[in-house]
Design a protein around this ligand. Structure first.
Ligand SMILES: *Cc1c(COP(=O)(O)O)cnc(C)c1O
Length: 224
């Protein structure tokens, strides 16, 4: 219970304004979020739609809510009115649904495409061919979404050389995407990579958005 203020300060000092910290508050109570909010934190990340909408109702309206989980098309409508950034988009159909719900809410929703960088089979995401296919499948017709960059999760591994090489691959793909796929560079500028166990490596490899849960809020009692 309660947040680790010292750890929060340490991370902010390390970031030194060069990357955005998304505080991942899944499974944690609203009081913990408010405690961090009162220290100035505005970006929070959640993985589950129902949990996110409940917290949105309860908490200050200037919080920027990041959806970082695997989003199902039929649930987009619940978060479309307020979500700040959707990190885990991995299909064109999902993009179309986000576009449709964003239009209903008269807004443009910012999205990151999730790239599969881990050697594990379990993680979601696109490979570079699928990325190209999505980008060439007519996203410029989707006026109510903006593709702002890429997101990825490294292998859950103690092998930091492996983790580093996965982040390197993602950074390389991020750097070549805008010119290769004719995306406007100025709006394609977010590279979301790095979690509690590997954020230092992610920052060294060029991340500009890290997603930190357990270091700030303590370990979660169940793994979601
Ligand atoms: C849970 C989660 C995080 C935060 O994980 P920690 O190891 O607790 O920092 C970051 N990104 C995603 C996609 C997550 O699901």
């Amino acid at each position: 219970m309660g947040i680790n203020k010292q750890q929060y300060q340490n991370i902010l000092n390390e970031l030194d304004g060069k990357a955005t910290l998304v505080a991942v508050s899944k499974t944690k109570p609203a009081e913990d979020i408010l405690e961090l909010y009162n220290l100035g934190q505005k970006d929070f990340g959640e993985n589950y739609v129902q949990e996110l909408t409940q917290k949105y109702e309860q908490l200050p309206k200037d919080i920027r809510w990041h959806f970082i989980g695997h989003l199902q098309s039929n649930k987009v409508k619940y978060i479309a009115p307020f979500v700040h950034l959707i990190h885990g988009v991995d299909s064109f159909n999902l993009l179309k649904e986000i576009n449709k719900q964003a239009a209903k809410n008269n807004r443009v929703i910012d999205c990151l495409l999730q790239i599969h960088i881990a050697t594990e089979e379990t993680k979601f995401g696109l490979d570079s061919n699928e990325l190209e296919t999505i980008i060439h499948s007519g996203i410029s017709d989707l006026k109510n979404i903006q593709i702002c960059g890429l997101m990825g999760m490294a292998s859950f591994s103690d092998n930091m050389n492996l983790v580093r090489s996965e982040f390197k691959n993602l950074k390389a793909l991020f750097d070549m995407s805008a010119p290769a796929f004719n995306i406007q560079q100025s709006t394609f500028n977010i590279l979301s990579m790095g979690m509690s166990a590997d954020y230092k490596i992610a920052l060294e490899e060029g991340s500009n958005m890290i997603r930190i849960g357990s270091l700030l809020f303590g370990s979660r009692t169940y793994n979601k």
